[in-house]
Design a protein around this ligand. Structure first.
Ligand code: 5GP
Ligand code: ZN
Length: 114
């Protein structure tokens, strides 16, 4: 989708600090980090959000979560811990409508979130 911010990051038309990439997923640093470390992990194929995911997306959703785990390790968060979260829709706080996992860490994270 040419008007999607994250599709444009996948296409390298918009720069991002890329942390990990394979055929199915891309991980890069969030431009407005919510903690000392904050990465986004996205499927390369455009899916607006978790609500739009279909049974045939199960494999890529699994790859997304495993990539989030690997990126957290890469960022040195494995021992201290981190949070992996998907914001869905208005009340979930979603602002970019291309499915993404946040990986946030480097400080204690409050629960429940605001
Ligand atoms: P959401 O609010 O949809 O769950 O998360 C979208 C995330 O994308 C936000 O944390 C926001 O800071 C990040 N973001 C928005 N625009 C850009 C951008 O141009 N580059 C990068 N790297 N992150 C962005
Ligand atoms: Zn997209």
């Amino acid at each position: 989708m040419s008007d999607c911010l994250f599709c444009n990051i996948v296409a390298k038309k918009i720069p991002a600090e890329i942390l990990f990439e394979n055929a199915a997923v891309l991980a890069f640093r969030d431009i407005r980090p919510a903690g000392p470390q904050h990465a986004l992990v996205i499927p390369k194929a455009h899916v607006p959000g978790l609500r739009d995911s279909k049974p045939e997306d199960a494999a890529v959703l699994g790859l997304l979560v495993l990539a989030a785990r690997d990126v957290a390790e890469q960022l040195g968060l494995g021992e201290s811990g981190y949070r992996v979260v998907i914001n869905q829709g208005r009340d979930g706080g979603q602002s970019v409508f291309h499915l993404h996992c946040h990986v946030i860490g480097g400080r204690p994270l409050a629960w429940p979130p605001g």
